[in-house]
Design a protein around this ligand. Structure first.
Ligand SMILES: [Zn+2]
Length: 73
């Protein structure tokens, strides 16, 4: 699962074990995917942002915009 950060609260969209495991923030609608290699892809910006656990970068330090609590149109 993806922990909460910057106000985002991610929930899984599909059944566990059904790859790819897309998640979305239930507050603002930002999409993210847990990849089989353990990294997380955030679908923000033009190319998205990858987060790898081995990089030891806190989620709060990623260039993901804070949750705005408003769903995109
Ligand atoms: Zn959010």
């Amino acid at each position: 699962m993806i922990p909460d950060f910057k106000g985002h609260h991610f929930v899984e969209e599909f059944k566990p074990g059904e790859p790819p495991a897309w998640h979305h923030c239930e507050r603002c609608g930002v999409k993210a995917m847990l990849r089989p290699d353990g990294s997380t892809f955030f679908n923000v910006g033009q190319r998205g942002i990858f987060h790898k656990p081995e990089d030891r970068i806190p989620l709060n330090a990623l260039p993901v915009p804070p949750c705005n609590v408003v769903r995109p149109a």
